[in-house]
Every structure is written in structure tokens, then in C-alpha cells.
Design a protein. Structure first.
Length: 83
């Protein structure tokens, strides 16, 4: 079963493709999406990555949380369901 991850503190320069590329080194990526402002179409500084398995997700969290991407330390953790 796939696991969805929240990725915060993304630099404005990160695109969907770049986000996917960052996570592919740590497992199989099902999808990667940077959330954008609907009015300006500019990144809102966070996104979501869906990993194929929970072990891939765990590996990605351990490897990437608090690491630097384009000058900013990103935050990676398991996404919480909307309440």
C-alpha cells in the first residue's frame, strides 16, 4: 500500500519533476506534486509525494528530513489525513 508524505519548506524553484527526482533515490515514487497558489500559480512552499510502499516512505523520511535543497532545509514526514 502506498504512503503519502508531506514535504514542507520547499524552495520556490522546486517543480513537480524536481520533487520526484529528489525522492526517487530513496524508493519508488507514485506521484509528486508541489502545491501552487491558484491565483498566482506560484509554489506555496510545500508539496506531497506518494511512495509505493511504507518502507520506501520510511527510508525517504530518514534520508531527506532536514536536508538542504536549493539552500533551504526541507521537512519530510507522513501526511496526515484531513479532518
Amino acid at each position: 500500500m502506498s504512503t503519502k508524505l508531506f514535504v514542507g519548506s520547499l524552495p520556490w524553484s522546486v517543480s513537480d519533476d524536481k520533487l520526484k527526482e529528489i525522492f526517487e533515490a530513496h524508493g519508488t515514487v507514485v506521484s509528486a506534486k508541489v502545491i501552487t497558489d491558484r491565483d498566482t500559480n506560484r509554489s506555496r512552499g510545500f508539496g506531497f509525494v506518494e511512495m509505493e510502499s511504507s518502507s520506501d516512505a520510511t527510508n525517504a523520511i530518514k534520508a531527506l528530513n532536514e536536508t538542504e535543497v536549493d539552500g533551504r532545509n526541507i521537512v519530510v514526514n507522513e501526511a496526515k489525513a484531513r479532518s
